[in-house]
Design a protein around this ligand. Structure first.
Ligand code: T5A
Length: 206
C-alpha cells in the first residue's frame, strides 16, 4: 500500500497556495488517491471560529495571536490530519506551523524557536512530509489578492519581513522544505511538484 502523505503549500499572501492545492488535489485524485483538503487557520469548527477572531477580530497581543494559531492547529492535528493519515488519505494543507514560524516567530520577532516550542507538543509526530514554499516578491503576490484581513493589512515592509522569515526557514531546512517559483504559470508549478513526488517514489503503489 502507498503511504499517505501530508503536503503543505506555504508562502506570503496571494502567492497561489490555494490554487496549487486545487491542482495537486486533482492530479492525486486522478491517480486514485483519496485527498483531504485543509486550511490554517481553520479546518475544524473550533479552528474556523478562531480564524474569524484572528483574521477579522480586533487587535490582540503578538503572543495571543501566536497561541491562537497554535490552538487551532492542535485541534486540526487531533481531529482531522492524524485520523486522515491513519486512514490512508493524503492531507493537502493551505499553510501549517511554518506560517507561525515565519509570521509570528520571525516577522513579529517572537523568536522562531519559542514559537516552535509552543506548537510542537500538540503536533507530536504529525509533521508535514513536504512543505512547498511558493517564493515570489511579497508585493507582487499581494497585488494578486482581493481584500485584506487583519494580518494581511500590514504594510509591505512587514510582508517582506515575512518573506525573509520563509527564506531563512528554507535555508536551514532543505529536507522538509522545497522552494518553487510562484511567478511561474500555475500548471507548470503543479507539474513540477508531481514530478518531485514521482521521483521520491511517493506515488508508487507497493
Ligand atoms: N497566518 C496564518 C499567520 O500569521 N500565522 C499562521 O500560523 C497562519 C496559519 C491567513 C492569514 O493568517 C496569517 C497569514 C495570513 O495573513 P489565508 O487564509 O491563508 O490567510 O490567506 P492568504 O495567505 O492571504 O491566502 P490567499 O488564499 O488569499 O492566497 P493564496 O492561497 O496564496 O493565493 P490564491 O491561490 O488564492 O491565488 C490568489 C490569486 O492569484 C491567482 C489566483 O487565480 C487568484 O486570483 N494566481 C495566479 N496568477 C498567476 N500565476 C499564478 N501562478 C497564480 N497562482 C494563483
Amino acid at each position: 500500500m502507498r503511504r499517505a502523505r501530508y503536503l503543505v503549500a506555504e508562502g506570503t499572501e496571494g502567492v497561489g497556495k490555494t490554487t496549487l492545492c486545487d491542482i495537486l488535489a486533482a492530479r492525486l485524485m486522478e491517480r486514485g488517491i483519496e485527498v483531504v483538503r485543509v486550511r490554517e487557520p481553520g479546518g475544524t469548527p473550533l479552528g474556523e471560529a478562531v480564524r474569524e477572531v484572528l483574521l477579522h477580530g480586533g487587535e490582540m497581543s503578538d503572543w495571543s495571536e501566536a497561541l491562537l494559531f497554535a490552538a487551532q492547529r492542535a485541534e486540526l492535528a487531533e481531529r482531522v490530519v492524524r485520523p486522515a493519515l491513519a486512514n490512508g488519505k493524503w492531507v493537502l494543507s493551505d499553510r501549517c506551523y511554518y506560517s507561525s514560524l515565519a509570521y509570528q516567530g520571525y516577522a513579529r520577532r517572537l523568536g522562531v524557536g519559542r514559537v516552535w516550542s509552543v506548537n510542537r507538543p500538540a503536533l507530536g509526530e504529525t509533521l508535514p512530509d513536504l512543505v512547498v514554499w511558493m517564493d515570489m516578491d511579497a508585493g507582487a503576490a499581494l497585488a494578486r489578492q482581493q481584500g485584506r484581513d487583519r494580518i494581511g493589512a500590514a504594510d509591505i515592509a512587514w510582508h517582506r519581513e515575512v518573506w525573509k522569515g520563509y527564506r531563512s526557514l528554507w535555508t536551514s531546512d532543505r529536507g522538509r522544505m522545497m522552494r518553487v517559483d510562484a511567478a511561474a504559470p500555475t500548471e507548470r508549478i503543479g507539474e513540477r511538484l508531481v514530478s518531485v513526488l514521482e521521483k521520491r517514489g511517493w506515488l508508487r503503489d507497493c
